[in-house]
Design a protein around this ligand. Sequence first.
Ligand SMILES: C[S@@+](CC[C@H](N)C(=O)[O-])C[C@H]1O[C@@H](n2cnc3c(N)ncnc32)[C@H](O)[C@@H]1O
Length: 283
Amino acid sequence: MSPQQTHPANLPRILSTRSKYLNPKAETLPIDRSGPRIVNTEEAIRHTARQRTGNIFFILLRRAFSDLMVTLQDKSFRNRPNDQACQAYCAMDMDQFDGINALQNWANWRTLPENLNQRLPSAPVRIIDLCCGTGQSTEVLAHYAAPGSRILGLEYNPRFLELARSRDYPGENGDPANVSFNAQSVLETFRDETQQRLPESSVDLINSCGAVGCHFDPPATQILALEITRVLKTGGLATIDSGKAGTSTGHLEEIFKALGFSVLHRAKSCAADRCTQVCFQKK
Ligand SMILES: C[S@@+](CC[C@H](N)C(=O)[O-])C[C@H]1O[C@@H](n2cnc3c(N)ncnc32)[C@H](O)[C@@H]1O
């Protein structure tokens, strides 16, 4: 499976399309980094999420409209095998993806911080953001990771990565985080931005938002989990989403437990969320 190349003529349009919701200068409540792990209150997580995302009713409306448009244009990515879902994402324009992903972005600012709370080390860490899309989940990671952390986003669609590279990734203190990207399928060996194979036991946190639960059936998730096990350090965290269309929470936990992971927490963005992100630790 070879990622589709971007025509240079598309670049200005792609780069001009940025998230309409993100306000990096918005006031947030501080994360306590004085102990070995970050500590955040539930109130602070919700406050930051409200500052960084838009109104839920507008988001739901926008997503419904974008979903309708991609379905009418035969670009639907839902309930498709992984290779077909990847092709559907490649066929979308950036506005369509922004609309499709708006609810995911809203959920990311709630689910991921809950899973990281009291679990992510306060010291700088090495992070991989699987299926990072245009970098919206990467923004959440950049906010919560300690200054000096390094984040690598892996994504199949090179056009999404052009937009991802054009974003700012402010840490909590406003300084830019160290973020890089590689265009690849995450069902292949993980590689960094220079195409170097990531070494064994070299990563502290591997994250997936809006991917495994929607686009990976259990056999694909098994392949992904083996590669996660290879690159994650002992004691490292894997925050992986689950859902009915791809790999359910039950299947996900079965796969990771068989590879020697324990379940630390399960997070949902709200009671109505049909997807659960599971926080695993490699023993
Ligand atoms: C719903 S988006 C989520 C993007 C991002 N994680 C976020 O939360 O904003 C799903 C992403 O998974 C990517 N994807 C799906 N299958 C993939 C694969 N096998 N390898 C890499 N990326 C993949 C798609 O291209 C798309 O960008």
